[in-house]
Design a protein around this ligand. Structure first.
Ligand SMILES: C[S@@+](CC[C@H](N)C(=O)[O-])C[C@H]1O[C@@H](n2cnc3c(N)ncnc32)[C@H](O)[C@@H]1O
Length: 279
């Protein structure tokens, strides 16, 4: 099924509407630099006091790690799903030689912010960077429009991972590659899923959804994608994230319980890569 730009707007879940609307998560000191991810902390010295610069570098490094798994070569067209303020899309365009990068997000206020934050780059390279409203489950693009698709810390918000997997397979050209990075439940144990809502307010309120890695992997395979591989990167995420928070948030508070959930084995951070088989 081909989808066209201008199709009806997909509904935004209320918790997502609030977090990325008036609450503007990107403005919290948890994040910084326009990014909203927990960071990839390899190569950052965690035994010394961390600076704002370290925090921003960790989030850029998350993008570099994710984009590096795509091994892009020049000339490819990339789609970012859940681009937020678009600062990661700017990294992709500046550093990875894409012919063009499309940042897509469900939230109109995030897209407004992305337009403001990247105004200079958009003016300089108007043919190569664009920000588009759309949902992971219902993408406003034609079949086979992209060579690569990537998504950083957005999939925990998607309501329907199966629909996201089908849309990923549809918008990628044959031979195209995808990588999804976010936090997921490693196994399929329902007890662990219940415990997450006790520990982490964002699961209790419905901002985050406890998707399991087996369900994401099987969804991508059922959508026709091949070479689906899930790799844990939690050891490079959670200790650094918690170290950053230690000066600001008490142990036992919401963001500090992520490391606890990781240590209890009920949540981890993954990259999941997949390919659309060549025709
Ligand atoms: C945690 S932020 C991550 C932003 C960016 N990727 C980064 O790492 O800085 C998650 C983003 O996903 C977007 N989002 C949530 N649900 C979505 C959906 N179903 N489809 C597309 N975007 C979605 C939110 O509006 C938000 O901008």
């Amino acid at each position: 099924m081909t989808r066209c730009p201008g199709a009806e707007q997909h509904p935004i879940p209320p918790a997502v509407q609030e977090a990325y609307g008036p609450a503007d998560l990107s403005s919290m000191s948890l994040f910084g630099g326009g990014f909203i991810n927990f960071g990839y902390w390899q190569g950052i010295e965690l035994d010394q006091p961390l600076t704002e610069h370290d925090r921003i570098s960790s989030q850029q490094a998350m993008y570099r790690h994710v984009l590096g798994t795509l091994a892009p070569t020049g000339g490819l067209r990339a789609l970012e799903v859940g681009c937020g303020l678009g600062v990661g899309a700017a990294v992709a365009l500046d550093e990875y030689g894409f012919a063009g990068v499309t940042g897509m997000d469900i939230h109109p206020q995030q897209l407004e912010r992305a337009g403001q934050v990247n105004a200079a780059l958009l003016a300089r390279r108007p043919e190569q960077l664009r920000f588009v409203a759309g949902a992971a489950e219902d993408m406003p693009f034609g079949d086979g429009e992209f060579d690569c698709l990537y998504s950083v810390e957005a999939a925990q918000h998607f309501r329907d991972l199966g629909a996201f997997a089908r849309e990923t397979a549809r918008v990628l050209r044959p031979g195209g590659r995808a990588v999804v990075a976010s936090f997921f439940v490693p196994g399929a144990d329902p007890a662990g899923i219940g415990r997450l809502a006790e520990l982490l307010d964002t699961f209790a309120t419905g901002l985050d959804v406890a998707h399991t890695i087996p369900s994401l992997v099987s969804g991508l395979e059922q959508a026709g994608l091949a070479e689906v591989r899930a790799t844990s990167i939690g050891a490079s995420v959670w200790p650094g994230w918690d170290r950053w928070l230690a000066g600001i948030w008490e142990p036992g508070s919401w963001p500090r319980n992520f490391l606890r959930a990781f240590r209890e084995g009920i949540l981890d951070y993954f990259t999941v890569t997949a390919e659309r088989p060549a025709a």
